[in-house]
Write a protein that binds this ligand. Structure first.
Ligand SMILES: *[C@@H]1O[C@H](CO)[C@@H](O)[C@H](O)[C@H]1NC(C)=O
Length: 469
């Protein structure tokens, strides 16, 4: 994947955001990579079975997050039931309205009152009540049929499923006999009402309650009395403090005390797995191991939705703990779609949260001319001249010896050059080649080669497509 192109796209789009004061999308939220990744795979939801189980293998998923490899899809082979005309179908336990029509089903008072009366189990938040659609949320985890509209029972089942973060309870109008083929003997069989308890790995919301049924030939499957519940407690991440809940907001982090980005990498997974904060902590630990110069001490992970539909889990990693007040980003407009944040949590490394930030000594020379061939541009001392490692004259406004070391310009990010070892530091470092403030001399701004921004960090925007590389 060509990240340079993606980043250029992001710049172009930033100017199009709805805000009148064209607001740029912060680097924390790599919208072009998110948009390029697309939707997660569609889950295979079994029909005509009493229960379906989707097993989430957290260890495998976390290991692959750490290895930046694509997670092998943990597809549970949904039970395929061969159907023949008029075959008896699974019987539900719910009441059947009279007359037995789709219209009567969706407006049946008993369904509405069961939904309205249902209690909210402790530890859960009720996100919607009595809708006529079921959810398509993040990370399908299976379902079970119930004998009654029993929300506490459904929640206790969710609690026992590794990865279950939310559930949806609803009445489904279902044919008692196979209604195929169209025009056959059983195309309008008597209805049986299924009471479904469906498990999800990410939040169920009114926005992602979009499955309002389907046609099975001429029989109309519809939904009534649909309620959603979300568990707000995410798993503890080993080595990290208890999470901070940001709700529907993501960090747009400021630079650190040396004026450098605090972001050390991002990952995004749209593989249909449940939300798992440990996946991001595994990536964070791997970042620190892979690049001790840009360690990850803090991360923010959340669900990304496109136009209300859950698409994937995002993971932004930082070299230091960021104050909650920077959790300000709730949505981004991109190519006509709205990408929004939900279920956002941050975790700080328990041993070392990267604070306080230590100011690095500045490269500026106290006695100009004492630094080899390194020269001051003007007596006003507001910019410096030097050479990049390709021996071009370079102009910049201060830098830090603690900056990333380099040997070629290409190793530095876009807008940066590799200042040669003749600087005060005694070794080559990446410096921003900004325009200097004085107008005495024409300044030469270098734009070297292709943008190699993603090389700067050990882990960068990595989209893990379904089952692919
Ligand atoms: C919520 O999720 C957490 C973490 O997976 C789990 O330990 C807990 O049992 C769930 N239920 C409640 C009511 O918190």
């Amino acid at each position: 994947m060509n990240f340079s192109k993606l980043f250029k796209g992001a710049v172009a789009i930033a100017a199009l955001t709805s805000n009148a004061f064209a607001q740029s999308v912060p680097a924390d939220f790599d919208i072009s990579a998110i948009a390029a990744a697309g939707p997660p795979p569609t889950p295979t939801i079994a029909s005509n079975v009493a229960a379906q189980t989707v097993v989430y293998n957290a260890n495998a998923v976390e290991a692959s997050a750490a290895a930046e490899q694509s997670a092998a899809a943990q597809d549970s082979a949904a039970t395929k039931v061969k159907r023949a005309a008029c075959d008896p179908q699974l019987q539900g336990a719910g009441p059947v309205p009279c007359p037995d029509t789709d219209q009567a089903f969706v407006s049946y008072a008993a369904f509405a009152s069961a939904a309205s009366a249902a209690p909210t189990p402790s530890g859960y938040v009720n996100t919607f009540k009595n809708l006529k659609a079921m959810n398509n949320a993040l990370g399908y985890m299976g379902y079970t049929l119930m004998d009654t509209y029993d929300v506490p029972l459904c929640s206790s089942k969710c609690d026992k499923i590794n990865g279950c973060a939310a559930f949806n309870v609803a009445f489904e109008r279902s044919p008692s006999l196979d209604p195929s083929p169209s025009g056959g003997a059983c195309e309008q069989p008597a209805t049986t009402t299924l009471i479904k308890c469906v498990f999800w790995g990410g939040p169920v919301t009114a926005a992602n309650a979009v499955n309002d049924g389907q046609w099975r030939n001429n029989y109309h499957v519809v939904i009534a009395g649909s309620n959603g519940y979300v568990n707000q407690t995410v798993d503890y991440c080993q080595g990290y403090n208890a999470p901070n809940f940001y709700g529907g907001r993501a960090l747009a982090a400021p630079n650190d005390c040396n004026g450098q980005s605090s972001l050390v990498g991002t990952q995004y997974w749209n593989d249909g797995h449940p939300f798992d904060s440990r996946r991001c902590s595994a990536a964070c630990d791997a970042q620190t191991n892979a690049n001790p110069n840009a360690p990850c001490r803090f991360f923010n992970t959340y669900v990304i939705s496109r136009n209300g539909q859950s698409y994937g889990q995002y993971c932004a990693m930082y070299k230091q703990q960021i104050d909650d007040s920077y959790a300000t980003l709730s949505q981004v407009q991109y190519n006509g779609a709205t990408y929004s944040v939900s279920y956002s949590y941050s975790f700080a490394n328990a041993q070392n949260n990267g604070l306080p930030c230590v100011a690095s000594p500045i490269t500026s020379c106290s006695s100009p001319g004492q630094c080899g061939t390194y020269r001051q541009c003007n007596p006003g001392a507001n910019c410096y001249c030097g050479y990049d490692t390709a021996n071009n004259v370079a102009c910049f406004q201060g830098a830090y010896c603690s900056s990333q070391t380099c040997s070629t310009n290409a190793q530095c990010g876009s807008g940066y050059i590799c200042l040669s070892a003749n600087s005060c530091c005694g070794f080559s470092i990446c410096v921003p080649n900004t325009v200097c403030a004085n107008g005495l001399n024409a300044r030469h701004i270098f734009r070297r080669g292709a943008e190699k921004r993603d090389q700067v960090q050990g882990l960068s925007a990595v989209h893990v497509p379904d089952g692919g590389s």
